[in-house]
Design a protein around this ligand. Sequence first.
Ligand code: GLC
Length: 532
Amino acid sequence: MSWHATTTIYQIYPRSFYDSNGDGIGDIQGIIQKLDYIRDLGFETIWISPFYSSPQEDFGYDISDYYNIAPEYGTLQDVEQLIAEIHQRKMKVVFDMVMNHTSDKHPWFLESRASKDNPKADWYIWRDQPNNWKSIIGPNGWQFCAERNQYYYASFLPFQPDLNYRNPEVKKAMFDVCRFWLQKGVDGFRLDIFNCIIKEKDFKNNPFSLFHIIPSEEHPGGNFQIRKYSLNQEENFELAQELRSVMDEFNHPPRMLLGEVFGGHDKIKQYLGKKQDGLHLVFLFDILYYKFNPDFFRKKILEYEHHYPAPNIPTAVFSNHDQLRSIHRIGNHLEKAKLLALLQFTMRAVPCVYYGEEIGMTNGKISLKNGKDPMVNIYSWVPQFIADLLPVGINRDNCRTPMQWNNQKNAGFSVAEKTWLQVNKDVEKRNVDLQLTDKDSLLNVFKKLLHLRKNNQALHSGKIEIVHTGNKNILAFVRSFEEEKLLVLINFCNSKVTVNINLPIKEMVFSIGQKNGFNDVLKGFSGIIVKL
Ligand code: GLC
């Protein structure tokens, strides 16, 4: 099986991971210093959010030079060293690739916006008259540009103009960017908002819908519009295949594409290609908004098996740099977080963990008014108490606070007087040093699960089958690979339950909250893995 199908992914938001030079901002050398930590936890792949040159209006998701590094993060040499050091530790590294748009300060856009007849005039999406398309974060996506007396389209924020992939020069330029990094040895790319990448050619208006107010996974964007013509077009799936062939030019070792795509499964599975010749993986964000009950997860497992049967492989992601931290959904409850980790590393999926999730870092409490995230400009009219109640974060600073390494100054993240975002207050119990020494900590649960998964083919490559226990509080499934069979049992409720399974149990290989083995009884909030 190719590495992308069996791997485990750790996401780093470089600005917040580790500051090696004391300027209050995380950097590449900082990541290098922490690679042993990630390797020892047991992760096999590291995905790093963007660190290319950028005016940092969207903290790197607005790139102004794809071939260079933002000075606060380091140099090209640092990045080369980073790739080499990750490989030395037998891990893979995936970079973020923002192909959909550039910064409005990128020289391509500066040229494009200057006139209607310059060589890059058609590199972005220009129209005399806008249609009704809204961006994927809500408001109108068209922005007026006085120099051209025209509008350009931006799927995300106004300073992130969308490139025009109907222009072959654009495609070539961006594929060359990918080739540049592939040549440097990067193992793959996480593709930013890839579902937006090509728009309907005639710019047909999107349908109005009274029912699509709040953005949902099935209908991204909300705000009374179905993004029928601005998202998930047939040509996007074809572009995924073309990009795949660029990756395949560099097959030694094989590389990987992981798409950030939003939409219903019928749409987004098409990015994988009918013959597994598109993207290797897509994020499945519907599970990110989980409900902590076994029914929810049972249905998701079945749904994923239906839509992404082997050799496809689903992903399991509960947090990232755009969302409220996962642990918030379970009331910051560390025991429940352990059970979620058990599920995340044992269901048939590639687990993707956001930095700090392993220590149960909670959301920051930075108000909309003090937010650095550019999204707060769009939502500044939302009263703070409403923002606090929303299931989605509209000030993404709160999931981007500095990593908590210890309980010293700035949680050990930086020696600076002021860090770019303030360190969260939950640092006393939720820091790496403390949890490394506590054998029952969340961090050590992650570590044990990661090692178990690596050493058991059933867990990283096996089939999955739901087991019915007759008890509605229990999620049970078997992972199997040839003769190897592992049963996972998770008790989602706070009280002990009796479980009758007519399966021959050999030994317990892992447990949470269940010290004395398993005799048909599972304690409250406990979970186990047993060999069959
Ligand atoms: C993606 C990124 C997000 C960024 C946006 C625009 O959703 O995850 O952080 O702001 O795209 O690039």
